[in-house]
Design a binder for this molecule. Structure first.
Ligand SMILES: Cc1ncc(COP(=O)(O)O)c(C=O)c1O
Length: 487
């Protein structure tokens, strides 16, 4: 390979990298040009992809061109302002810039010394978030890929505290353990309990009240029953912003019960914790001083690209006790925090960079502004739904989440109404202008509109409401038509 060829290759790569940046920028500006969810059948994309990796490399330009034509249009566009399903996420220029640089430097922050700036930046960016949320001083945050991982890590630390001999002797040495959460808690709690070897039978899903908040008296009864039967309360998981309705468990009551029964208190604030950067939402976390751990996902509502879940614990020690294992080749003599000690993975991405970029570039004021806008839009939508004959709210509206249900004139039974709403959702989403999801509340289907994308403004929520009403009317008249013909 001549020097000229090497230079040509470098120039081509530079051009392609800049083209990729331009493509990313255009995408951020105009994801709205696509249907939110693509109209593709399973297998349609893979049928157009090569069956095996090429023997000889291809120019980046042609890969980018395939990306543009084959891949991007077949994505579900989470960055579309009409994306109201699950919990919306947002990418921004700051996040993309940070991800690019993290990929370029490609450092592994397993130990402080394997990349000092990466470790220190991660810890400092999490500290900024702690301050912004007004969490108690002394909580130490670090970044995991998802809240599922953060909760698994927190519950592993809780298990270690309840049964310190477990690392050496395994579960056989532990007393029977129990974990408590509400019937609305996220399935990541079940997954963690199963993975930690406790068995799903050890998970007590406590009933929630009419507003889908864990009922502390039912929790106390369960704790008492277990204590009488010789079971140790390992952990209580409080959810601040449940997945279905964004309901908020009574943290002070749960904290008090955790203290009385010696249980670890883990707070799952994956979605709603971000709202605590707004002073008017701080009450969401009242009682948090009793928590042993808290998870919040800046990748949900704080405009950080996916893969940024912050787990706060009371210092590093509880995690070190459960996880730290230092083979000779990883021994270091500095007294810095080594991120590998705080969880499962050894290798660690340069995770702090995107949180730091986004917090610095958008600033807390702009982040508060967009959280406030989403909450106000959710309240507006809830008012429209409540005032509309043929619709009802399926849960109290909390933060950016509205749960609703259509009540067609032609259907009577709950099963028929459920089927109607499931079909309504399919038709609304098929139009491609908005994308909603569904959930089940007390055994009944409810449609969820979760407003959270940085680009979602009033007109997008109005569109969602128009499409819902229009499709409900069409579907309703279709339902009634045969009955009218009969009569
Ligand atoms: C309350 C709550 N906890 C945990 C999770 C799991 O989040 P992740 O996808 O980051 O694992 C979710 C997901 O939406 C959630 O809503």
């Amino acid at each position: 390979v001549s020097e000229d060829t090497v230079q040509d290759g470098a120039l081509e790569e530079e051009r392609a990298l800049l083209d990729a940046a331009t493509l990313a920028w255009r995408y951020l500006q105009s994801a709205e040009r696509y249907p939110v969810a693509p109209a593709v059948a399973p297998g349609a994309v893979s049928s157009r992809l090569g069956l095996a990796a090429p023997e000889d490399g291809e120019p980046l330009a042609s890969i980018l061109s395939d990306y543009r034509e084959l891949i991007e249009p077949a994505l579900t566009h989470w960055n579309h302002p009409g994306f109201f399903a699950y919990f919306a996420t947002s990418s921004t220029a700051a996040g993309v810039a940070a991800e690019t640089l993290a990929a370029a430097t490609n450092v592994n922050a397993m130990l402080w010394r394997t990349s000092p700036a990466a470790t220190e930046l991660e810890l400092r960016a999490c500290e900024w978030l702690r301050q912004a949320m007004e969490l108690p001083p002394g909580l130490l945050g670090h970044i995991n890929d998802t809240a599922s991982t953060s909760t698994l890590i927190a519950l592993a630390a809780a298990r270690h505290r309840a049964a310190p001999g477990i690392r050496e002797h395994g579960l056989a040495s532990a007393p029977p353990l129990a974990v408590y959460c509400s019937d609305q808690a996220h399935s990541s709690v079940d997954k963690a309990v199963a993975l930690l070897g406790l068995g799903l039978g050890s998970l007590r899903r406590i009933r929630s009240d009419d507003a889908f908040r864990l009922d502390p008296s039912a929790l106390e009864e369960a704790l008492e029953r277990d204590r009488a039967a010789g079971r140790t309360a390992m952990a209580i998981v409080a959810t601040i912003g449940t997945t279905s309705t964004a309901s908020v468990d009574p943290l002070p009551d749960l904290g008090e019960l955790a203290r009385r029964y010696g249980a670890w208190l883990h707070v799952d604030a994956a979605y709603a914790g971000s709202a605590a950067i707004c002073p008017e939402h701080r009450a969401l976390l009242r009682g948090v001083e009793l928590a042993d751990s808290l998870v919040v996902n800046p990748h949900k509502w704080l405009c950080v690209p996916l893969g940024c879940s912050v787990l706060f614990t009371r210092g590093a020690e509880p995690l070190r006790a459960a996880f730290s294992l230092i083979p000779e080749y990883l021994r270091s003599d500095d007294d810095a925090v080594n991120l590998m000690d705080l969880g499962i993975a050894l290798g660690r991405r340069f995770n702090g960079l995107k949180l730091w970029f986004v917090l610095r570039h958008l600033g807390l004021a702009r982040l508060r502004e967009h959280i406030r806008r989403h909450c106000a839009l959710a309240r507006d939508l809830a008012n429209w739904v409540a005032a509309e004959p043929g619709f009802e709210l399926a849960a109290p509206t909390s933060l950016g989440v509205v749960c609703l249900r259509a009540l067609p004139s032609g259907c009577g039974s709950s099963e028929e109404i459920d089927a109607f709403n499931t079909e309504l959702l399919r038709r609304v989403n098929r139009r491609g202008v908005v994308f909603l999801s569904q959930t089940e509340l007390r055994g009944r289907v409810a449609l969820r509109v979760a407003i959270g994308n940085v680009q979602s403004v009033r007109k997008h929520v109005e569109t969602a409401w128009q499409v819902l009403r229009l499709e409900a009317r069409h579907l309703d008249s279709g339902h009634r038509a045969p009955a009218q013909e009969d009569s």
